[in-house]
Design a protein. Structure first.
Length: 123
């Protein structure tokens, strides 16, 4: 096991104001995870390999609303991190195009924590 900070991680940031069902939230987080993995495979295969070999750690946090979520996405992009913003297709609980989750990583925990460490965990 590597020292904290040198570990790889992925953080999924959700919106608290949507009040999604547990199943819907899980599906949206799964979309973010899959897209981040695919992006990492293209852009950072060595980080992806390290992430997968280390157990594919994921943390799910929450933020207040779409503006806060978009700000976090912008910070992750500006930091050069792998990230993906999920927009729902609108087939079930929420309108099409609703931004639901931002996935950040896989990446180095120290870099991702700079953006997400103050966010509360989903309960």
């Amino acid at each position: 096991m590597s020292k904290t900070g040198y570990e790889t991680t992925m953080v999924l940031v959700t919106r608290n104001d949507l009040n999604l069902s547990s199943g819907k939230l899980a599906a949206q987080c799964s979309h973010a995870t899959a897209e981040c993995i695919l992006k990492a495979k293209r852009q950072s295969p060595q980080i992806l390999d390290k992430y997968l070999k280390a157990g594919a750690r994921k943390i799910v946090c929450t933020t207040t609303n779409v503006d806060a979520l978009k700000r976090i996405y912008g910070e992750a992009k500006d930091a050069g991190l792998i990230c993906y913003m999920v927009r729902d297709a609108g087939h079930t609980e929420i309108p099409a195009g609703t931004v639901t989750v931002v996935g950040i990583g896989p990446g180095m925990r120290t870099s991702i924590d700079k953006i997400t460490s103050s966010l509360p965990l989903v309960k």
